[in-house]
Design a protein around this ligand. Structure first.
Ligand SMILES: NC(=O)c1ccc[n+]([C@@H]2O[C@H](COP(=O)([O-])OP(=O)(O)OC[C@H]3O[C@@H](n4cnc5c(N)ncnc54)[C@H](OP(=O)(O)O)[C@@H]3O)[C@@H](O)[C@H]2O)c1
Length: 311
């Protein structure tokens, strides 16, 4: 649809804007937080380990001049746990926070089958259910300027035609690390499109957009579970991986640009020398209304929420 050069030096002043970034304590999330703060935003870092995040804050704000409004606040949030999400959202509401963006960045690729506290396979609980539930719960707070929900997705959702069998997600015998990660990201992208459509139909100004970092050299790359996957990951990383600050640009643009439109997929090309951002229509499962409906059902079952979400 469109491609263009963009760097964080082009970032407009974010003074007066408050953004929630989940998983802000490493990798892409840390770089997104750094750029937003340096541009004057208040970032609420939703993190599992508040002490770890708090120790990073001086590095993020170091060198900001006294007049800058940029600041970071670390708040506890485990996105694989519905009660933690509810508590996080309730605190934002209690504090009367008006958000400009939610950046649903936290994500995992669990190497073994495990269930979340709510009884959902952990990769899906984190990458899909947690991201979806957090978006639904903070919607009332998305009243700041130019509001949007940004899902940090994966190119898998664009490049994979086969859709995950959501009925098999809870079956330990059918668990495979890569399939669970890929499936959760395809489903999360579908949920993001579904959310955006419901918001648009309800006349909401909140947009829903998917940003992917390309292949990023972060801790996630070390989550491979066996020798073969580790070897494949090493080859892919050596050929394609971008440093985290480069990979974060698509997410930062999506969280801040006035040009963001509903339901697009934003990211770099696979070739790391190509630094353009590409904004393209969603493809694969996210573009399929029947799959989107199945994902909505999955999230509703996982959250015990039967009403139509997002309204
Ligand atoms: N790296 C890539 O090539 C790549 C490609 C496509 C998409 N992505 C996506 O990019 C996003 C960021 O990943 P990354 O590459 O930056 O990896 P990363 O460095 O491992 O960052 C993941 C972040 O998510 C946080 N997190 C994990 N589970 C959480 C939970 N239950 N509650 C709250 N926070 C949680 C982690 O927190 P802790 O610090 O507490 O561990 C960490 O800060 C993910 O959604 C990933 O799927 C990455």
């Amino acid at each position: 649809m469109r491609e263009f050069e963009w760097d964080t030096g082009d970032l407009a002043d974010q003074g007066g804007r408050t953004v929630v970034v989940t998983g802000a304590s490493s990798g892409v999330g840390l770089e997104v937080t750094k750029s937003l703060v340096r541009a004057g935003a208040t970032v609420i870092a939703g993190v599992r380990n508040v002490a770890k995040m708090s120790a990073l804050i001086p590095r993020l704000t170091d060198g900001l001049d006294g007049g800058s409004s940029g600041r970071v606040e670390a708040r506890p949030l485990d996105v694989s746990d519905l009660r933690s999400i509810d508590a996080f959202a309730a605190e934002l509401a209690g504090d009367g926070v008006a958000l400009g963006a939610l950046v649903n960045n936290a994500g995992i690729s669990a190497s073994r089958f495990a269930l979340s506290r709510d009884g959902v396979e952990l990769t899906y609980a984190t990458n899909l259910v947690g991201a979806a539930w957090l978006a639904e719960r903070v919607l009332p707070q998305l009243t700041g300027p130019d509001p949007r929900v940004v899902l940090v997705g994966s190119n898998f959702s664009q490049r994979t035609q086969a859709m995950p069998d959501l009925g098999a997600v809870g079956d330990p015998a059918r668990f495979r690390q890569l399939a669970a990660y890929r499936g959760s990201k395809i489903a999360a992208a579908a949920y993001a499109v579904d959310l955006g459509e419901r918001l648009a139909a309800a006349g909401s100004p909140v947009r829903s957009v998917i940003a992917h970092p390309g292949v990023a050299a972060t801790a996630m790359a070390a989550q491979a579970d066996n020798v073969v996957t580790k070897a494949i990951a090493a080859v892919v990383l050596s050929r394609l991986a971008r440093p985290a600050d480069d990979a974060a640009r698509s997410v930062i643009w999506s969280a801040t640009s006035r040009d963001v439109v509903q339901g697009v997929f934003v990211g770099p090309a696979l070739r790391r020398r190509d630094r353009r951002l590409h904004v393209v229509p969603v493809r694969g499962g996210a573009a399929d209304p029947a799959f989107r409906a199945r994902v909505r059902d999955f999230v509703q079952t996982a959250t015990g929420e039967s009403r139509v979400l997002g309204q």
